[in-house]
Every structure is written in C-alpha cells, then in structure tokens.
Write a protein that binds this ligand. Structure first.
Ligand code: G3H
Length: 235
C-alpha cells in the first residue's frame, strides 16, 4: 500500500518524512535556556520544519538554528489572544528583529464572540504588517468556536495576508480534530497553509491530521511521534 501523504511504499512515514511537517514546539512557561537549546538541536538533527517557542527565546532559537534547515518561529499574543493589535504588532516586530521567520499569533477570540469582525481583521492585519517577510499563522483556538465562526475567521485570515490558519494553542481544553482541519482546508483552499496543533501525541494522530488536509503540525511530542511512540508532552 502506498501512503497518500508521502508516497512511502510501506504505507508509513519514515521519521524524516514526517519531521518535515512538524513545528517542534516548547511553550511551557518554565522552559529554561537548556530546554530550548535541546529542542533546537533535536530539530536540526531530525529536520523538523521549525522550532516554535515563546517570544523571549526568539533570539536564542534564531542563533541556535543558524545554518540548519529549521525555521525559527515564535508565538504572538500567546496563549489567550487577548492583547491589543498594537501590542501584538510590537511583539511581532521585536520577534522579527530577533530573527524569527515565522510567527504564530492567537486570534482575538473575544472579538469573534462579540461579532466584532472588524477588530478580528485589524488584529491580524497589524501582525501581518509588522511581520514583513516572515510568515504569519493565525491560531483560531477552534475548540472555542462554532463551525460558522471558524469559517469566517479563516476567510478573514486569508484576505489579511496570513500564510497559515492553525487550530489550537494547546492551552484550551480540546485540540486539533480531523473535522476542524478538513473544514479549514475546505475554506482556505489549496493555496494557504493549514496547521493542526494541540493534543497530537502519536504517529497515528499526526497522519490523521495530514490526511484531513493539514500541511503543518504543531507538536510538543514531536520526537516521540516521529519514532512511532506515544508522547506525554503538553501543558
Ligand atoms: O502550537 C502547538 C501547540 O501549542 C502544541 O500543543 P501540544 O503541546 O498539545 O502538542
């Protein structure tokens, strides 16, 4: 049997084939410099897509990953998305100056729930503008949204110039689901990225997300996943 995602004849991803989809992620508040350095070195060794960290470590990951195939990435407005557009823009500008090439911003979920779609759009556009050439992923926190809200948020992220929509922070109860990934892919079409994240703990979880339409995965259990084991990481 041939794998639909990677063409692997055995029907399974080799570790390095799966790793290239994964943002190797460490967002725990207690993460120390040595933890971040370890994650960077793991990512470089296994050719993960990126290392995704909190903004205070942006400069560290940019420096540590220099010369590797791995993209330095940090989160913005994390974990609740409740910051103002101005605060998110300033955080983004600093992160880009520190050397990240991708940022994962959290949507203003309260604005969505208030029906203030103008604020949702201004918030995303402020980050896209501040990011310049860096890619912007918009975290919807899908477990808090209705399907209608997910679709509208995806449409706004797309027209605001974001490069990805992303399911989850990993902080709210409920992470990525194949249903949400498929809905997001259907909404944004083939030309925009869809990142599944939050609660992906096994090889099977990861493949299910890719088969649903994701082309990036955010995982704190990336090493276990590519080795075909079950990770226990998370918050
Ligand atoms: O962006 C990625 C998520 O924060 C990772 O969540 P996780 O710890 O459940 O894998």
């Amino acid at each position: 049997m041939q794998c639909e995602c990677c063409g692997d004849e055995a029907g399974r991803f080799a570790p390095e084939s799966l790793a290239r989809y994964i943002d190797h992620t460490l967002l725990k508040p207690e993460a120390a410099v040595s933890d971040i350095e370890r994650v960077c070195d793991e990512a470089a060794a296994h050719h993960f897509a990126s290392v995704c960290v909190n903004p205070s470590y942006a400069a560290l990951v940019a420096k540590r990953l220099r010369g590797s195939s791995v993209t330095p990435c940090c989160v913005i407005g994390f974990p609740f998305g409740t910051h103002t557009p101005e605060a998110k823009a300033a955080e983004t500008a600093q992160a880009v100056a520190d050397g990240v090439m991708e940022v994962d911003m959290v949507l203003n979920v309260g604005a969505v729930k208030s029906g203030d779609w103008g604020l949702v759009e201004r918030d995303i556009m402020a980050v896209v503008k501040a990011a310049g050439n860096a890619g912007v992923k918009v975290i919807l926190e899908t477990c808090l949204l209705t399907d209608e809200e997910k679709v509208h948020a995806c449409e706004i992220a797309k027209r605001s110039g974001a490069s990805f929509v992303k399911t989850s922070t990993g902080y709210s109860v409920g992470g990525a689901t194949p249903h949400d990934v498929a809905l997001m892919r259907k909404t944004v079409g083939p030309g925009m990225g869809v990142k599944a994240s939050g609660g992906i703990r096994t090889y099977e979880d990861a493949v299910a997300m890719l088969q649903a339409g994701a082309n990036r995965l955010g995982c704190s259990a990336g090493i276990k996943i590519i080795e075909g084991k079950t990770g226990t990481e998370g918050y």
